[in-house]
Design a protein around this ligand. Sequence first.
Ligand code: T3D
Length: 260
Amino acid sequence: MDSVLVSLEAGVLRITLNRPDKLNAFNVDLHKGLADAMARAETEAAVRCLLVTGAGRGFCAGADLTARDMKSPAPLDLGAMLDAHYNPLVKRMRALPKPIVCAVNGVAAGAGANFALACDIVIAARSASFIQAFVKIGLVPDCGGSYFLPRLAGTQRAMALAMTGDRLSAEDAERWGIIWKCVDDADLKAESEKLARQLASGPTKSLGLIKQAIYDSASNSLSAQLDLERDFQREIGKGEDYREGVAAFLEKRKPEFTGR
Ligand code: T3D
């Protein structure tokens, strides 16, 4: 059974974590599947948006805790796992000039929670939850959690979530601004598909620069950000989609963006 299912339809690359009996926990196979999907997203122009979700009742339970030889007294180098898999994955997701929508269908724990937060827009089912499970097994947040959480939720909430490993409901995650929104379980598939299709038929280059501008603002001064906006506007204003957007507005019709 493939650990990651990938399909492309209407510009949306649907990526489904597919180890449902282990709540889609990360193992090397799943990491390889994600790396292959990212390579496709990076190279295929037909891919204009990514939609990530999980098979079964969970989204992702973090690292597969059965994949380590815990009986051997030799110390494990977990840093090597991060270097080999999690860190390149998060960096590629952030650098990808295309939107990534995440549909969190169930529990997202440990690296699974932070993988979701590495996506650009997160929608969760009402029954889903987010757990910084690391502390429960004597680890620290990884997969970008110590970067994303304080920025999304503020220092106090990030600290308490990381230090307690308490479960955060999807409703609270929405209220705290950690995710875009939570929807009824029955609506998750349709809502996330609708958003992904909307983005896939949008002005792709513009969406890619919006993504970069929002993320770069975290470390830029206002002056640097204003310069960035000028440079991006200059660049995107030369694109076909800008001409099409204005023409469609003036002609009172729906724009047909091509991503160019
Ligand atoms: O090692 C490295 O690569 C370093 C990187 C580390 C990054 C990390 O992510 S560390 C954090 C790892 N994750 C966890 O500690 C979470 C462990 N799981 C749980 O705490 C619970 O399973 C959940 C809270 C996520 C869900 O609870 P619940 O009651 O809904 O489900 P369950 O019964 O615990 O799990 C269902 C099955 O999935 C179960 O298998 P079974 O008994 O039916 O055969 C369970 O063992 C399995 N499962 C759940 N999480 C994992 C897992 N199997 C392997 N690894 C898991 N992380």
